[in-house]
Each structure stands twice: as C-alpha cells, then as structure tokens.
Design a protein around this ligand. Structure first.
Ligand code: 13P
Length: 251
C-alpha cells in the first residue's frame, strides 16, 4: 500500500507573516487527517519561521530547490544539509520552472538528488513534458530520458526516499488539468520504467504524484486512478481551505 502524499509548492509567494497565517489556518483543518503525508514548500527565507509554526502539527516541510555541494564558495546557493538544519524533511528537485527559467538539466537534477539523499532529505523529483513535446508525440521519450538520467546511479534503497511528481508543463498554472486517463497513462509508464530500471518491488512502492492545475474539483477523479498516489499543488496550496480540501480528498 502506498501512502498518499499531498504537497503544496508555494513557489514565489508568501512572506513570513502570510506564510504563518497560511499554516496556522491549515493545521487545524488537517489535524485529524491520518493516512496522508502532508507537505508544504515555502521560499527559503521563511523555512525556519514556518517550521516553528508547524510544531506539533502533522505537516512536513520541504524546500523548493537545493544545490549539490554541501558548502564552499558558491554565492547565492543553499545546500541540502542547510535545508535539513532549517527543519526540512523534503526538497523539490527538477521543477519544470527551474528547468525552463534557470537552466536546470537532467544532469544537474541528478547531482542535486544525490546530494539531497546524502543529507537524508526525501526528494520530490519533478518531470513532465511541454505542450510541444506532447503534440509531437514525444511525451514518453521525454519522460524516459528525464527518469533514466535523473535517477542515474541511484540504488533501489535510495529510491525509497524518492517521490516522483509528474507535472505536464502545459497543465501547470493553466487551469488545464490532464484528464484522469492522460495522467494515469503517464503514471503507468513511469512505474513500468522504474521496474525496468530498478525492479518490481521498487516500482510498486514508489509514490508518483500528479501536478498541474489540481483543484478540489478534480482531485477525486485523479486519486481514483490506480497509479496516482497524490498531488503536487501550486495555486490551490496558497489558501488554507482549498489545500485542506485536497488533503481531505478521501473524506
Ligand atoms: P498549479 O497547481 O498552480 O498548476 O502548479 C502546479 C505545480 O507546478 C506544482 O509544483
């Protein structure tokens, strides 16, 4: 049985007081929810503040990115060990916005994943095709490359600390969710690929989240798919009531 994960990627939103308001509003709404892993990913500058506000709650903390070196002369970067020190249990790596705007490649994603695992962080590893790639029927080829290169050199044991997030770029922030069938098809492909690259028990155990315009209105249909184990949520994670409705999808 794979435990569902609902994770909120706050992207470049929420200064400290807004961040605290959000988690203080959210915590009581999800307090009684068992059987779902709940994660929020604020910006770096509010991680410690949010960590304090989360004390005693069932909500875990993630960062949105990290560097692959632990320390050194790398102005402006932040290391996995520093994120762990700030109270993070998870880190998002390879988000399409980082690939699109900040030159992230499968090779840098791979280095970051390895560094994060060394620092004992769990990784939300993001992949997904663009609209042009989908329209030219390259979706599965792109996903194959992203998964194969992103997870290159990892052991089966390490895969236990990886959560994959399939986020078709054309569905992010557009209001255009993948259909349940499109999402399920991609998730099945990813799970089979993990079986091919690692083994069947690893593929059966790995959580694969869907991301891209997930809303309280469409979560149930997505979660009903056999290979969808949760959601990575942008816009709808910025309000306590909508994110709580996602976390409480089963109620
Ligand atoms: P939206 O939910 O706003 O489409 O964003 C999805 C996403 O990119 C989460 O990482």
């Amino acid at each position: 049985m794979r435990k569902p994960v609902i994770a909120g990627n706050w992207k470049l939103f929420k200064k400290s007081s807004e961040a605290v308001d959000l988690v203080m509003g959210l915590a009581p709404l999800v307090k009684a929810t068992a059987g779902v892993e709940i994660i929020v990913a604020p910006v770096f500058t509010v991680l410690t503040t949010v960590k304090q506000a989360l004390a005693g709650s069932n909500i875990m903390l993630a960062a949105q990115d990290c560097f692959w070196e632990e320390e050194g002369a790398f102005t402006g970067e932040i290391s996995p060990g520093m994120l762990a020190d700030a109270g993070c249990s998870h880190v998002i790596i390879g988000h399409s916005e980082r690939r699109q705007y900040f030159g992230e490649t499968d090779a840098t994603v791979n280095r970051k994943i390895k560094a994060a695992l060394t620092a004992e962080l769990s990784v939300l590893f993001c992949i997904g095709e663009t609209l042009a790639e989908r329209e030219s029927e390259k979706t599965f080829e792109i996903l194959r490359t992203q998964v194969t290169d992103g997870l290159a050199g990892l052991t089966k044991e390490q895969l236990g600390n990886i959560i994959v997030a399939y986020e078709p770029v054309w569905a992010i922030g557009t209001g255009k969710t993948a259909t349940d069938e499109q999402a399920q098809e991609a998730h099945t492909f990813i799970r089979r690929l993990v079986a091919e690259l690692f083994d069947h028990p690893t593929a059966d155990a790995i959580r694969i989240l869907y991301g891209g315009s997930v809303k309280p209105e469409n979560i149930k249909g997505l979660m009903a798919q056999t290979d969808i184990d949760g959601a990575l949520v942008g816009g709808a994670s910025l309000k306590a009531d909508s994110f709580a409705a996602l976390v409480n999808f089963g109620k």
